[in-house]
Write a protein that binds this ligand. Structure first.
Ligand code: SF4
Length: 412
């Protein structure tokens, strides 16, 4: 209809509470801890029984070293023991009963919980697809852990052009899937993506570059590093002189910080970054030591050269004329849309449970938002002239009589 070009996406995310109960959490850490304890207990009970019935371990199908136990292995061991039970005493029978009726179901429960958790750290018992996330609840931004979904939207002219639902709390890891969903829906890519510092990671910058999308994406400390106090601080890593040809840094005392090795840093979602280390030779007795660093020994710095390159490109784009335009538009684009959905229309909690149903519920909210937006534009056009006319195509070419509101459907 000509209201959006689909050439730019203003992207942001918000967490929306699930319909699940608030105190129904299952934490991965506790499940793993309890499972390990139970496995240990099972192993010791099994060894007791096996030694009581005086059977050779190899006869029972076991190796000398106990294998990690799971519910299938436990079932096998129990049925192997069953065959020897005639010679067993009362206490052995009791232990075996406990293994079968108490430990085995518990072990199966932990295995199921870990399968549901997958890569996540938590889920809710009453909506297993929801993950516990910190939600900013009040105007002081105090957070509370609640079962929620991370919803991501792209907007243009305050119309929602794409949405996606995620089970991880961080925005950084959602960008790739979100953009791929957009491409799938429209069979084309946007020329530019505008997003806040929550998306500014090496992985995302690389991904945008490989897709040929101009990323107006901030990174942590983007605003801070523009401040004079930061720019003039000679001790900060970004302000140290770097000699690219000979690969060394120079510290504020004029000492050469030589290359000291390479390393790999893995992000939470498994992305590997290459980092280099540089170290000063003699920090002892340096008059600037107190201001320079607090670590013991000589100052060691870690540098991600590739990320620095990508950040420099992002900085250049963000401070360009187009960058300033997009940055000023982002709050009145995507943030305003979330404001309308959550604050004006009170959509703060899903009513449905499960990823599939939540997806449909959110899609309906987005459609509702777009229709509301469209109807407002139609009203504005008729009352205040052609300012709000679609910019990208003349809708009249599509036979849409938007000028004569209320809209009259054309005769078939
Ligand atoms: S403390 Fe070490 S790294 Fe820092 S200025 Fe002095 S010599 Fe250089």
């Amino acid at each position: 209809m000509g209201y959006v070009s689909l050439k730019v996406q203003y992207i942001d995310g918000t967490k929306i509470e699930s319909a699940a109960g608030r105190y129904t959490f299952v934490w991965k850490g506790s499940v793993e801890k309890n499972k390990a304890k139970l496995e240990k207990k099972i192993e010791s009970v099994l060894s007791d029984i096996e030694s009581q019935i005086k059977e050779d371990q190899s006869e029972l199908g076991r190796d000398e070293t106990p294998l990690p136990i799971d519910s299938t292995a436990l079932r096998d061991r129990l049925s192997a023991l069953n065959e020897k039970l005639r010679e067993a005493g009362k206490s052995t029978l009791k232990q075996l009963k406990k293994l079968r009726e108490e430990h085995l179901p518990r072990l199966e429960k932990y295995e199921k919980q870990l399968a549901v958790l997958g890569e996540r750290n938590s889920y809710s018992k009453t909506d297993v697809d929801a993950t516990f996330m910190r939600l900013k609840d009040d105007h002081m931004q105090n957070g509370q852990l609640k079962a929620a979904y991370n919803t991501q939207i792209s907007t243009e002219e305050q119309f929602i052009t794409h949405y996606s639902i995620h089970q991880s709390a961080g925005d950084t890891t959602t960008l790739k899937d979100h953009l791929e969903g957009f491409e799938e829906n429209y069979h084309s890519r946007s020329e530019a993506v505008v997003a806040d510092a929550g998306y500014g990671s090496e992985e995302n910058y690389e991904m945008l570059e490989s897709k040929g999308i101009e990323g107006y994406v901030k990174y942590n400390y983007f605003h801070k590093e523009q401040k004079l106090a930061q720019k003039n601080n000679p001790f900060l890593l970004q302000n140290l002189y770097y000699n690219k040809e000979e690969d060394f840094y120079v510290c504020p005392m004029g000492q050469k910080m030589a290359f000291a090795g390479k390393g790999i840093r893995k992000s939470t979602n498994g992305y590997s970054s290459r980092v280099s280390y540089y170290q000063a030779k003699r920090c002892e007795g340096c008059p600037l030591r107190g201001q320079c660093h607090k670590a013991q020994g000589n100052r060691l710095i870690e540098v991600n050269h590739r990320l620095n390159e990508l950040k420099a490109k992002a900085r250049q784009r963000l401070t360009s004329e187009t960058g300033l335009y997009h940055r000023s538009k982002r709050p009145i684009e995507v943030e305003a849309v979330f404001g309308q959905m959550k604050s004006n229309n009170k959509f703060n909690r899903f009513t449905m449970r499960g990823l599939e149903k939540v997806d449909i519920e959110f899609a309906l909210m987005c459609i509702g938002h777009n229709l509301r937006k469209w109807s407002k534009k139609l009203l504005k056009t008729t009352s205040s002239g052609p300012d709000d006319q679609p910019k990208y195509n003349n809708p009249l070419t599509y036979g849409l009589h938007w000028v004569n509101y209320p809209y009259q459907p054309m005769a078939a």
